[in-house]
Write a protein that binds this ligand. Structure first.
Ligand SMILES: [Zn+2]
Length: 253
C-alpha cells in the first residue's frame, strides 16, 4: 500500500524530536524523497526504509532547511556503491543552485560520486504540472508564494482516489487553494505570518477555502515555542480535524 512518511516537521530551527521539514513517498517501484535537509541517508534508515530503493528526489526550493542534505546523500550513495539511476526534480532556480553547490564540492572531478546516473528534471512554472506518474500515484506541482521560486505538491493515489497536498513554504496564494481543492488531507506549513510563510490561522483559512477534509500543520516553530496552541489558532478558520504533523507520522493511501 503506498504511503507518505513525515521525516521532519520543524521550521528552520529543529530540535531533538523535530528535524527540518521533509518527507518520503513510497510506492511499489518508486521511493520519492521530498526535500532533504540534515542527513537524509540516516533519516530514511530511521524510518525503517532501505535508502538504496530511493528512485526520485523532489526539491521544493533552494533553502538550506529543505535541501542542504542532498549533496551528502548523493555522496553516501556514490561511496556505498550505488549503481541504480536517480532522478532529481526541481524548478529552474533550485536546480541551478544545487548544481553549483555540487560543483563547489568537486562533483565533476570526484569520480567515485559519478558511478550512478543522475538526471535533473526542470519543473516548469506552471500550475498543476504532472511531475511524475507511477502505478500507484500521480504527483502534480504548482508554484506557491515564498521568498524564492518554490513549488507545492499534490499527490493523487490511484487505488482509492485519496489526495494529499503539501503546501511547502508559502504565504496564502490562490495557486495553493487551487492545488489543494477538495483534497482529503492538506499538510500546510505554519511557520508564522510573513511575506513568504503562513500562520496557523492562515493555514486554517486556506484549508477552509480549498474545502479539504483534514488539516495537518507542519514546518512550525519548535524548541521552546508552545506549538500546541497552533491547532486552536487554525480552528478559528477551519472546522474539520486539525493535527500537528510529527516526525515519522505515516499517511496511508
Ligand atoms: Zn523556505
Amino acid at each position: 500500500m503506498p504511503k507518505l512518511i513525515i521525516l521532519g516537521s520543524s521550521t528552520n530551527i529543529p530540535d531533538e524530536t523535530h528535524e527540518n521539514t521533509h518527507m518520503v513517498l513510497l510506492g511499489g517501484e518508486h521511493m520519492v524523497l521530498i526535500d532533504g535537509p540534515g542527513n537524509p541517508f540516516i533519516r530514511l534508515r530511521k524510518a525503517g526504509l532501505d535508502e538504496k530503493k530511493l528512485t526520485d528526489i523532489v526539491m521544493t526550493h533552494f533553502h538550506p532547511d529543505h535541501v542542504s542534505g542532498i549533496p551528502l546523500l548523493l555522496m553516501a550513495f556514490g561511496l556505498s556503491h550505488r549503481r541504480e539511476p536517480l532522478d532529481i526534480y526541481a524548478n529552474q532556480h533550485c536546480s541551478e543552485y544545487m548544481k553549483k553547490v555540487l560543483n563547489f564540492y568537486g562533483w565533476k572531478e570526484w569520480t567515485s560520486w559519478h558511478l550512478f546516473p543522475i538526471t535533473f528534471h526542470t519543473i516548469p512554472e506552471e500550475e498543476k504540472f504532472l511531475l511524475l506518474e507511477t502505478e500507484e500515484f500521480r504527483i502534480f506541482t504548482s508554484p506557491v508564494k515564498h521568498f524564492i521560486p518554490t513549488i507545492g505538491l499534490r499527490i493523487e493515489f490511484k487505488n482509492n482516489g485519496k489526495v494529499i497536498v503539501y503546501s511547502c513554504d508559502t504565504a496564502p496564494t490562490p495557486n495553493l487553494i487551487a492545488l489543494a481543492k477538495d483534497a482529503d488531507i492538506l499538510i500546510h506549513e505554519a511557520a508564522g505570518e510573513s511575506g513568504g510563510h503562513s500562520s496557523a490561522l492562515q493555514a486554517g483559512e486556506s484549508a477552509a477555502e480549498a474545502q479539504v477534509k483534514e488539516l495537518f500543520l507542519i514546518h512550525y516553530p519548535t524548541n521552546d515555542f508552545d506549538y500546541h496552541d497552533l491547532v486552536g489558532e487554525a480552528a478559528k478558520a477551519f472546522d474539520g480535524p486539525i493535527t500537528m504533523a510529527e516526525d515519522f507520522m505515516e499517511f496511508e493511501s
